[in-house]
Design a protein around this ligand. Structure first.
Ligand code: ADP
Length: 243
């Protein structure tokens, strides 16, 4: 479903990604763990062309692209196959929940308005917001706003959803409702690549865990392997700190 090879990215003199490879199969839930600053968010952003890589190739849902030099058309094609859930929700504050979800369907996917609204309604119902379709983001809690963010991604029916620390801006009591929705869509077979610090989610929901540090993949494996029998010293140190 997704294969990344040789991904490199610098900001100025700082090399943030130093040659990252990764592979995700259909229906996989892959969690990326690692200390702050290890390049996890940059990795996700390069896959979706929110940042331009300096080097690297991707195969996304059968489409081969050069992550450095992809054309506008190729970028558009990749974005048709992916959806992104942002740490800070990235909702339009002047649009209601349903307008936020429908927007990408209408402008990005060229779906007629009536059909887009129908799809948006279903997506909002799925994330437990059936009574909030017409609410503006300012009237929603952080957890509800992020569920709109997830509904927006789900509505696009992408090949893969990229989650960038989806719960890290939330008050602790609101984290559970968002993880609950993520568990639910994972159980439905959605292919997901998730950057998170939620270890319990990684253990319970992921079928593959990638540990990154210093711009490289240090180790990857099943949750049992990474949490139960980590091989690399850097992984062990990280887990000792966070568990
Ligand atoms: P992580 O998600 O693992 O915390 P990030 O990918 O967010 O790591 O960031 C890795 C490093 O890249 C950090 O040191 C961060 O300051 C730097 N960085 C990220 N984005 C930019 C940017 N647009 N310009 C300059 N530096 C950046």
């Amino acid at each position: 479903m997704l294969e990344i090879t040789g991904l490199r990215k610098s900001f100025g003199p700082l090399e943030i990604l130093k040659g990252v490879d990764l592979e995700i199969g259909k229906g996989d839930v892959v969690v990326i763990l690692g200390p702050s600053g290890s390049g996890k968010t940059t990795l996700l952003r390069c896959i979706n062309f929110l940042e331009r890589a300096d080097e690297g190739n991707a195969q996304i849902g059968g489409l081969q692209v050069d992550l450095r030099s992809a054309s506008k058309k190729e970028v558009h094609s990749v974005r048709q196959k992916t959806a992104f859930v942002f740490q800070n929700y990235n909702l339009f504050n002047n649009k209601t929940a349903i307008e936020n979800v429908a927007e990408g369907l209408i402008t990005g996917r060229k779906i007629p308005k009536k059909k887009a609204w129908e799809t948006a309604r279903k997506a909002l119902d799925k994330v437990g917001l059936s009574d909030k379709h017409d609410a503006f983001p300012s009237r929603l809690s952080g957890g509800q706003q992020q569920r709109v963010g997830i509904a927006r991604a789900v509505a696009l029916n992408p090949e893969i959803i990229l989650f960038d620390e989806p719960t890290s801006a939330l008050d602790p009591e609101l984290v559970g409702e968002v993880l609950g929705v993520m568990r639910q869509i994972a159980a439905e077979g959605t292919t997901m690549l998730v950057v998170t610090h939620e270890m319990q989610f990684a253990r319970d929901v992921a079928n593959k865990v990638i540990f990154m540090d210093g711009g490289v993949v240090v180790e990857s494996g099943t949750p049992d392997e990474i949490f139960g029998r980590p091989k690399e010293e850097r992984t062990k140190q990280f887990l000792r700190r966070v568990l």
